[in-house]
Design a protein around this ligand. Sequence first.
Ligand code: AMP
Ligand code: MG
Length: 417
Amino acid sequence: MKPPPLKNDCFALPRGVNWVPVDTALDHLRRNLTGVKGQEVVKIHDAEARFLASDVTAVTANPPTANSAVDGYGFAGGASAGEHSLPLHKGRAAAGAAFHGTVPVGAALRILTGAVLPEGVETVVLEEDVNASSAQIAFNGPLKRGANTRDAGEDAKAGDVIAHCGQRIRSQEIAIFAACGIGEVQVYKPLRIGVLSTGDEIAEAGTPPVQGRIYDANRPMLLSLVRRWGFQPVDLGHVGDDRDALRHSLDKAATQADVILTSGGASAGDEDHVSALLAEAGAIDHWRIALKPGRPLALGIWGDIPVFGLPGNPVAAFVCTLIFAAPAFRVLAGGNWRSPSGFTVPAAFSKNKKPGRREYLRARLNADGAVEVFGSEGSGRISGLSWADGLVELPDGAMDIGPGDKVHYIPFACFGE
Ligand code: AMP
Ligand code: MG
């Protein structure tokens, strides 16, 4: 029997196989995944990275009262063009030390930033624009009525919805909650993400080198991504290419995590036990997704826990986690679906892209704002991930790219938001 002819492109698509486009795969996840976590109430101080389980309504307005936006002098009405001179009223209004009295019409009061506007003050003239003595101030108009002041509720009114169910809480949301009198929010419990490495060749980082073994790069990388994205990482360790041991590991994992990320053993080969087990459980969607670097990706359910069976190659595992797992985690955690935001930049490279698969290139911006790509596309080249700040996403179809051509760039920081 003749051996099969050699392929000169090892990424050529096998004949007769249906490749799922990236967008179809993402659409499938988007339509089929739902939140898996219960709810709890947490203090806003502990709410960072959580997903809101209900809309948040302002209890108090921000700002609660009209106040001065600058250090200066307050008076009633505006000021027409030309010179003005006003007698200084006795006293002072400062933030946290209000002036309790009425400023007479035609007089001015010393007022500091953040001070509640006293009765009789509608406008503030900036300290720097004023000549002041102990008895009076002089300045040049015009000044609109209300200049240099902030209206009560101009940012948010009591009762306004200031954040929506499914939205992720960041530092900025914590600020507006605090400003609007909210101390606690209803959120989903944290998503626990288990990370398991597979393969007989894998050794723990930091142990003495052993002939024929490679260090486990995926597990520390994935645990760190999970942590950085604000989920709860669960270290499930490493298991060899042994189906029973893997079955045992997955059973245990399903009691400790809400979703499992495995790496390695996801193809259809003899030692690809992750895909074999998921197939045995009758719950595999063994997707041959048309992306590079990436294949294979085994998506399945173990018990009732979703499993992302990532490829073993660290670059492919990283890219698949960014593209598929990150938006999925967000939904499982109670958030709404979100595509990573990127932007269009000129290419600082040339490439002749073949049709059939979406490609993600390790990339970073240069000083001119054009995007460079890493010299090697090899999916074992972890140094290229470290070199890069993001990915260039090339469309499924063919593309002939030269310097200056527009390409889509997604910074790493835009994934897992
Ligand atoms: P597999 O998907 O199991 O066929 O693995 C593909 C390639 O990735 C092989 O060269 C593996 O040795 C390598 N690999 C698998 N798991 C890891 C890991 N945890 N860290 C680094 N390389 C890995
Ligand atoms: Mg393997």
